[in-house]
Design a protein around this ligand. Structure first.
Ligand SMILES: [Zn+2]
Length: 65
């Protein structure tokens, strides 16, 4: 039981700050989504296939700054 508590505490201590990024449609540049980004994703730019209401279609959404 004690081991469980300690390992949970360690996990919480390792939790890193999540940076929020905005995902914009690659077709019309509409900013449709925001998502938290973890540290180990920070080096690569997020690209997700999401629904864009403006295009009324699924398009590739890219991270904007
Ligand atoms: Zn769009």
């Amino acid at each position: 039981m004690r081991f469980t508590t300690e390992s949970r505490f360690l996990t919480m201590g390792k939790k890193k700050k999540l940076k929020k990024v905005i995902l914009a449609c690659g077709e019309c540049s509409e900013r449709n989504y925001s998502t938290p980004k973890t540290q180990n994703q920070a080096t690569e730019r997020l690209e997700l296939n999401k629904y864009c209401p403006r295009c009324a279609n699924h398009t590739l959404h890219k991270e904007t700054r």
